[in-house]
Design a protein around this ligand. Sequence first.
Ligand SMILES: *Cc1c(COP(=O)(O)O)cnc(C)c1O
Length: 412
Amino acid sequence: MSAADTSSQGASPSAGLTSAEVARARADTPGCARVTHFNNAGASLMPRQVIDATTRHLLLEADIGGYEAAAEAHERIESVYDSAARLLGCHRDEIALMDSATRAWDMAFYAIPFRPGDRVLTSMAEYASNYIAYLQIAERHGVRIDVVPNDEHGQLSIDALRAAIDERVRVISLTHVPTNGGLVNPAAEVGKIAREAGALYLLDACQSVGQLDVDVAEIGCDMLSTTGRKYLRGPRGTGLLYVRREVLEQLTPPMLDLHAATWTARDRYEMRPDARRFETWEANYAALLGLGAAVDHALGWGLPRIQARVTSLAGTLREHLAGIRGVHVRDLGVQRCGIVTFTVDGVDGVEPAQVKSDLAEQRINISVSRPPSTRLDMEDRGLSSLLRASVHYYNTDEEIAALARAVRACLG
Ligand SMILES: *Cc1c(COP(=O)(O)O)cnc(C)c1O
C-alpha cells in the first residue's frame, strides 16, 4: 500500500485528498447534489468528464453516422487501451475492452484448456457468476473445484493454499475484493504461489480496481477482470480484461468473430495475437470512451491517493456504525477497503430491506447483499443478508454522519 500524499496545502483530516480536492471532485459530480451515494460498489456516480466523453460520442454518431464517428474518434478509442494499461501496469496489447466484468472474466476462464482431473482452486469470497462457471466446467470437463479456506482473519489462507497445491492445479481463480464486504484478499502472496506452482492465476478485481492501487505485475496474476461502473466511475456496460502476453498463446477464446480472428482462406482463420482476441467487433464506443475518461480521471487523482482517502473514510464509517447499539460491522480481513457491511438487531428485528428503503426515502443510497451473490461466505457466517454502504473518495465526513444518524433512526 502506498502512503497518502497529503503534503499539499489544505489537507483534510481524512488522508489522500485535500478538502479543496474533495470539493472539486463533488463539483464535478452532478449526482453529489442529488443523492448521498453509498452504493459505489454497485455503481459509482460518474464525473462530468465521463458523462461528456460518452454523450459527445453518442451525439457524434447521431450527427455523422456510427461508423464515421468511430473513424473520427479512432485515436481517442485507441488511447483507451493506453489508459487502461497505465492503470493496471501492463502493456496495451494485454488489454481487451469488454461490455462487463463478467464477460471479461468468462472469456478468460472459458479459454483455459481444461482436462479431466484438473483442479480449480478458489476462495470463500467467490462471486456467484464465477462459481456458476466453475460448476459448469466441472460438469463439462470433469474438473475438480477446491475452495481454499480462510485464515483466522477471514481472508484466504496462504498456508492452506500452499498445502492445496499440486501438479493438477490448472488455475487459481480468486476474488480480490468480494461484493459483500471490506475484505481485501492477499492477491500478491497468491501470485507468488501461482508462479512457483506453474498454475494460471485469474483475479476478479471487479471491486478493487478504481479504489485500490492495483498493479498486475506486483500481484503476479495472468488474467484480471474488472468493470467500468463500480469504483472506476465509468458508464454501465463497460469492462476491462487483462491477459499477460506470455499466457495469451495458451488461451483460446470460447467464441471468435471477425475482429478476434481473420478468415484468411475458406478453411482457415488466424486469431489476433493480442488480448483483443477476447473482444467482439461490435462495441459501444460512446461507453468505452466514457470508460477511458473514467480511467484518466482516476489516474489524474492518483490511485494511491484514492486508496488512502477511501480506506480512511470507510474506517470512519465503521467507527460510527460500531458505536450504534444493535449494529454489527461484519467486514473481514487484515486489509480493509471502501466496502462497509453491517447487520442490525432491532427490537422486533428490523428488515435489511426496510433499512435500505428508509434510507432511500432520504436519498441515501445503500444496498443489501444476499447469499445468492456470495453463497460460500454467507452460509459459512450464517448470514441471510448484509447491509452494504460503500464509500468513494467524493463522499464526506458529513455524509457519513448523516448515514449513521439515519441508520440509528431506523432502529427506533
Ligand atoms: C459486480 C461484480 C462482478 C460482476 O461485474 P459485472 O460488471 O456486473 O459483470 C464480478 N465480481 C465481483 C466481485 C463483483 O462485485
